[in-house]
Design a protein around this ligand. Structure first.
Ligand code: NAP
Length: 478
């Protein structure tokens, strides 16, 4: 999603030579990889889209993953990006040598580039639980992000492990389709009721005829989500409102014991808030059990919990999330002085203003460390970061510099301010989540998404080591 965003901006700016390298055989990132039943984006489609490519035809307020995947493909075709994309190319290493990035793929082929930009996503590497006996299971098992379409789930006993956004969507979609469903819940989640409805044909027509309507809709939802994000970064009435809505929503669960089982003991938003209008209905079905006893091991017939009970299953689905801190990995980056990314990030991923790294010239990241990944539209974040990167590329094309990288001092200063702000956020209020780094500190943006956009509106050249030498030569030959 973010790579295509930047590619479109490069194309519009008239940059003649750029290449997008993609290890898979199709574009779409997370919307290509995730195909589980019930997959929807819980950010409204009118906002979860590129501002430069509004789509009047979204079928719903919250669209399905398949529809978003198709939208990204359409953007690729409509903006003439196909010719710039090389599919099936997995980058293994990139090294900055003699003023250029030498980018090596898994076949050993090396491509050279003046700028290297990574758009490798945050939630990319599925995590499988470390449960004894998993390999002994006689049925079918797979991670939610590696959905197995060859297995028919109708009339099957399905066990779902995990109750994050994925688990909630999956259970809502599967409950009515399978013989029996066991949801293994280690920690309950707060669930904000978010209804979904189809877009009526008149709205589609109006959107298509009046683009300003779509722009207004985009701006309105963006404002509402920005307001929501303040609930996450500081205490106040917004946080109180979110908590009240979540608590009230719990009363959709009629059975007091089940309601207690589903009630978290941490603040809403501490773990990524789940948005769902149907989850509580699904878990109250007769054929659904919420299992809270810890999983002891797996045996051929199913899952055995710590109380010795066997929960028989034909299919095991791991909705157990992703390694959110494996930015760019396993790719290796090597700076001009031989410093590697592995060395720089030994204590966890740190960046300059979410987009760059000291010691790595002409290198930028989309969705880099501490990007605002709360419950905001990542498309809007990708656009703000892409626009910023385009400012650097435009300045380079005009011959203003040849290489630039943030200084270690400016990066340290930014990270000090960031770390000072993190303890006040809801993510640091006491729960385990994928937002937390290995040091227990949240690896997310502790201010508003507007503050992120404002920060990136300027290049802050004073924070960079800028080399002005051989640029004119490059521009002349371009
Ligand atoms: P997740 O939020 O990391 O949730 C993983 C779940 O698996 C948690 O309930 C976790 O329990 C459980 N789990 C992990 N290991 C376990 C084990 N060994 N035994 C039992 N339970 C285990 O992952 P996700 O649901 O895939 O979501 C990841 C992120 O993707 C979301 O937070 C969201 O940002 C994004 N997403 C977005 C949408 C959308 O609509 N926009 C949809 C899906 C996903 P604990 O809580 O106890 O750790």
């Amino acid at each position: 999603m973010s790579g295509i965003c930047l590619a479109a901006k490069l194309k519009h700016a008239g940059v003649p030579t750029f290449t997008v390298l993609e290890k898979a055989t199709d574009v779409g990132g997370t919307w290509r990889d995730n195909r589980y039943p019930g997959l929807r984006c819980d950010v409204p489609s009118a906002f979860y889209q590129y501002s430069f490519h509004p789509n009047p035809d979204w079928s719903h307020w919250l669209s399905s993953g398949a529809q978003i995947h198709n939208y990204i493909r359409t953007v690729v075709d409509d903006h003439g990006l196909r010719e710039h994309i090389q599919l099936g190319v997995e980058v293994t290493c990139a090294e900055f040598v003699n003023g250029v990035w030498r980018v090596q793929d898994s076949t050993g082929t090396v491509r050279e580039a003046d700028f290297l930009i990574t758009a490798t996503g945050v939630l990319h590497h599925p995590v499988l639980p470390d449960i004894p006996g998993l390999d002994d299971f006689a049925g079918t098992k797979f991670h939610s992000a590696r959905w197995n379409d060859t297995v028919s789930l109708a009339d099957k006993r399905v066990a779902v492990i995990g109750t994050g956004s994925t688990g909630a969507q999956l259970v809502t979609a599967l409950a009515g389709r399978v013989a029996h469903l066991d949801l293994f819940q280690r920690t309950p989640q707060w669930i904000l009721p978010l209804p979904n409805w189809p877009t009526d044909p008149l709205t589609k027509r109006l959107r298509a005829r009046m683009p300003w309507l779509m722009a207004a809709e985009y701006a309105l939802i963006k404002r509402a989500f920005a307001l929501f994000s303040t609930a996450l970064i500081s205490p106040g009435w917004q946080r109180w409102l979110v908590e009240s809505l979540c608590r009230a929503h719990l009363y959709a669960v009629r059975n007091r014991e089940l309601r207690r089982t589903l009630t978290p003991d941490y603040q809403p938003g501490c773990k990524r808030l789940v948005m769902s209008g149907g989850f509580y209905r699904a878990v109250q079905r007769r054929n659904v059990d919420v299992v809270t006893t810890a999983i002891a091991h797996v045996e051929p017939r199913g899952i055995v919990t710590a109380d010795g009970r066997l929960h028989e299953a034909d299919v095991l689905v791991f909705a157990t999330g992703f390694d959110a801190h494996a930015y760019l990995r396993p790719m290796e980056l090597i700076g001009p002085d031989g410093t590697t990314l592995a060395e720089v990030w030994r204590d966890g991923p740190r960046a300059y203003r979410t987009i760059a790294l000291p010691g790595f010239p002409n290198f930028f990241m989309l969705m880099g460390p501490h990007s605002p990944i709360g419950n905001f539209s990542l498309v809007a974040i990708a656009e703000a970061q892409s626009d910023h990167i385009m400012k650097w590329i435009s300045a380079w094309r005009q011959g203003w510099f040849s290489t630039a990288a943030p200084t270690a001092e400016s990066t340290a200063k930014y990270n000090t301010e960031l770390r000072r702000a993190l303890p006040g956020t809801v993510w640091a209020s006491g729960c385990a989540s994928w937002y937390l780094g290995t040091d227990g500190s949240p690896e997310v943006w502790p201010w508003t998404p507007q503050a992120h956009a404002r920060m990136l509106a300027d290049r802050h050249v004073e924070d960079f080591h800028v080399d002005t030498e051989p640029s004119a030569v490059k521009v002349a030959t371009e």
